[in-house]
Design a protein around this ligand. Sequence first.
Ligand SMILES: Nc1ncnc2c1ncn2[C@@H]1O[C@H](COP(=O)(O)OP(=O)(O)O)[C@@H](O)[C@H]1O
Ligand SMILES: [Mg+2]
Length: 220
Amino acid sequence: MKAIAFVTQKGGSGKSTLCINLAIAAMEAGSSVCILEMDRQATITDWAEHRDGEGPEVAQIDATQLDDVVDRLRDYDYDYVFIDTPGVDSPGTLSAIRAADLCVIPCRPTPADLRAFKPTLAAIYRLEKRFAFVLNQTPPRSYRNRDAADGLAVLGVLPDVNIVMRNDHQDAIGMGQGVTEFNPQGQAAREVRKLWGWIEKRTNFNNQNKGQALTNVKVA
Ligand SMILES: Nc1ncnc2c1ncn2[C@@H]1O[C@H](COP(=O)(O)OP(=O)(O)O)[C@@H](O)[C@H]1O
Ligand SMILES: [Mg+2]
């Protein structure tokens, strides 16, 4: 099992949206995924409540529970646990980074977002974790994307796909779906699938086991 944490203290940059869409894309690609939500805003729990489709299992936990829950999940046969974190640097974010095999840092191509991930990145460096930026909510084409991508590529790894600002992301979440379910042929779906392919390779992990661990792991 690999843990992927979605981290950056900037609210609204797309942690929860990417977490949901990548979880669905990963499941469609044959992996089993569960989601631990550490944000009291409960974006993902709300999404799951609107969901008719199968999986992923979602549990809300706090920072004090994370290590223990991730440890117990390792006894089950999930391929991935995705960890969504709040929009502030908190003990929760730190423990999510510590538990992660890969940290995904969503970032809009704006000066505020490009500044905001720095404390998160410092923690990731300190804990010597692998990480990747994802440029999210980008305009379809803009010098801003190129400038932001150049800047991020200097600091670390950047996938070969940006997640463009598209209505599908908002509409899909409203319906309890991922963009790849909501509009499978759409551009948003194509971008998310490509991003998942990149992340899957980077976590170098692709077994086909399925799991239902959270129903067995009691989360207080
Ligand atoms: N690529 C995108 N295109 C359009 N809207 C997006 C995209 N990514 C995120 N959003 C929207 O931006 C808002 C904030 O995203 P969210 O994932 O909740 O951020 P965070 O979890 O980092 O606070 C939400 O309303 C979401 O629907
Ligand atoms: Mg969120």
